[in-house]
Design a protein around this ligand. Structure first.
Ligand code: PEP
Ligand code: MG
Length: 542
């Protein structure tokens, strides 16, 4: 048995086999073949596998985001079946006597260039799709198709590091745990693991060059330990602790349907953070009173191209309808920093955490922002929606946002599209926003404090830099005073203030937050009932 220590990102236990997640940057080598028929047969098999994978992705997307969002996989299936594309690959193998990988890569480039040169904007965008399906076929050819994204069974995913875009694309039902060699506890990947209720250990320094695939392992996410080839004794201990955890969870289930109220009668809004439509099951199971933060950028991260207005509408509508009239706060796109998306074609920045991120992108690229706002307002007819804007630093920005919002609402009205009422709020996650929160409070309906970024920007500590984890102190008095000031300014102007950063679930601070007057706490779904229990035991007034 080998013991590898890291940092706990989500405290739960898993036992199973390892699958190593490797990045996709594989240069395709041209090889000469003496057996073109054999290569063509390999291509056909890889193509069939790709068709199966796309069908599964279609069915999964249909369940999770509805027909509009799933259509992309149908379109990919059709492109894969296209006679011209197949003829081009086979012809190249036969005439040039090259390996199937090279032929698929070259045919993919060829068709992508044809699409990219077309005048029609829609056809132009198909260039990315043809590249995507060719990459899928190539992955299958080199035997990585399953390993990369579509694991065969539930596995412990071991990776060097995982970008948020890679994490969201993994099939959650097939992931027992995440273990990364690098990575910080405060990164979005760690947050995703918590939201998805998946045990996770980061920063283990594990050597991925060793033969790990298929190895038995146990993940102790509570203590941040990975056991390779665990002994029977360790397996027994894990089993026992898992049963104890399970019993504790079952006891907490008794709190479903109970109010989140302190001993002295203060009602707290206890909401859940989600990253995708599929997280709703956990929200309902744990009886959250609403959704305090839907990180909508994960819809964008899951995709190879901008989600359309209809695709977004389908996702937002599903969430609102499933929440049956309970509050749903959807945050507009917050990409940039560690959440990079290729198709945004952002310029590389020296300092992305302080760069073009979140609302800054939306105000620069109004078309993207307006598409999202249109989808949100169209969805507002189906439930109790609030819209929240991230990374605000000034009242001027809020004015600009409100103007765009009005523009969008007027357009929809003119088109005769039904809308509901949507409250508008902002995230307070920069020291600048805290310092002008008295002014900001006059302009919006609510504040939600993003302690992850507020800590990063107050302490000048990159939240994604694992080497600085020991300095990233969210309990720092500077951070706590910022929270206090924000709540006071919100209340002075009659609006509510919540916390949706990770600190909201830190039970060492629950009493402090309630004493400060925090109205709402929004946490990963699996923390809801434990926090409800804690709040019900607190007496605010001494
Ligand atoms: C935060 O910064 O606390 C927050 C909730 O937003 P994110 O973690 O997505 O940056
Ligand atoms: Mg943030």
């Amino acid at each position: 048995m080998e013991i590898i220590k890291g940092k706990s990102a989500f405290a739960a236990i898993a036992v199973g086999k390892i699958a190593v997640y490797k990045k996709e940057d594989q240069p395709i080598k041209r090889r000469r073949t003496e057996d073109p028929e054999g290569e063509i047969a390999r291509f056909r098999k890889a193509k069939e596998e790709a068709a199966d994978q796309l069908q599964k992705l279609y069915e999964k997307a249909l369940r999770e985001v509805g027909e509009a969002g799933a259509m992309i996989f149908k379109a990919h299936q059709m492109m894969l079946d296209d006679g011209e594309y197949q003829d081009c690959v086979q012809h190249m193998i036969q005439t040039r006597k090259v390996n199937a990988e090279y032929a698929v890569g070259t045919a993919g480039e060829h068709f992508a260039n044809i699409f990219a040169a077309m005048d029609d904007a829609y056809m132009k965008e198909r260039a990315a799709d043809i590249k995507d399906i060719s990459e899928r076929v190539i992955r299958n050819l080199i035997g990585k198709g399953r390993q990369d994204r579509d694991f065969t069974g539930p596995v412990i995913v071991v990776a060097d590091d995982l970008a948020p875009s890679e994490t969201v694309q993994l099939d959650k039902d097939k992931v027992l745990a995440f273990v990364t060699s690098r990575g910080s506890v405060y990164s979005h990947t760690a947050i995703l693991a918590r939201t998805m209720n998946i045990p996770a250990i980061v920063n283990t320094g594990i050597d991925l060059e060793q033969d790990l695939d298929g190895k038995e392992a146990a993940v102790d996410g509570v203590r941040g330990i990975l056991y390779l080839d665990p002994t029977l004794e360790v397996l027994e201990e894990m089993k026992k602790r898992r049963e104890e955890e399970q019993q504790k969870k079952e006891l907490l289930l008794e709190l479903r349907g109970k109010e989140t109220v302190t001993l002295d009668g203060k009602r707290i809004k206890l909401y859940a953070n989600i990253g995708s439509v599929s997280d709703i099951a956990g929200v309902l199971k744990n009886d959250a009173s609403g959704i305090g933060l839907f990180r909508s950028e994960f819809l964008y991260l899951e995709k190879k191209d901008y989600p359309t207005e209809d695709e977004q509408l389908a996702a937002y509508k599903t969430v609102l309808e499933n929440m049956g009239g309970k509050k749903v706060i959807i945050r507009t796109l917050d990409i940039g920093a560690d959440k990079q998306i290729d198709y945004f074609h952002m310029e590389k920045e020296e300092n992305p955490a302080m760069g073009c991120r979140a609302i800054r992108i939306c105000l620069e690229r109004k078309d993207i922002f307006k598409t999202q706002l249109r989808a949100l307002y169209r969805a507002s007819a189906f439930g109790n929606l609030s819209i929240m804007f991230p990374m605000i630093i000034s009242a001027k920005e809020v004015d600009e946002i409100l103007e765009i919002v009005e523009e969008v609402k007027n357009e929809l009205r003119e088109e005769g599209i039904a809308m509901g009422e949507a409250e508008l709020g902002i995230m307070i996650e920069t020291p600048a926003a805290v310092m002008v929160s008295d002014e900001l409070a006059k302009k919006v309906d609510f504040f939600s404090i993003g302690t992850n970024d507020l800590t990063q920007y107050t302490l000048a500590i990159d939240r994604g830099n694992a080497k600085l984890d020991r300095y990233y102190d969210a309990h720092h008095p500077a951070v706590l005073r910022m929270i206090q000031m924000t709540v006071e300014n919100a209340h002075k102007h009659g609006i509510r203030a919540g916390i949706c950063g990770e600190l909201a679930s830190d039970m060492e601070l629950t009493e402090t937050f309630l004493a400060m007057g925090v109205d709402e706490l929004s946490v990963a779904p699996s923390y809801i009932l434990g926090l409800r229990k804690k709040i019900r035991e607190i007496k605010i007034k001494a």
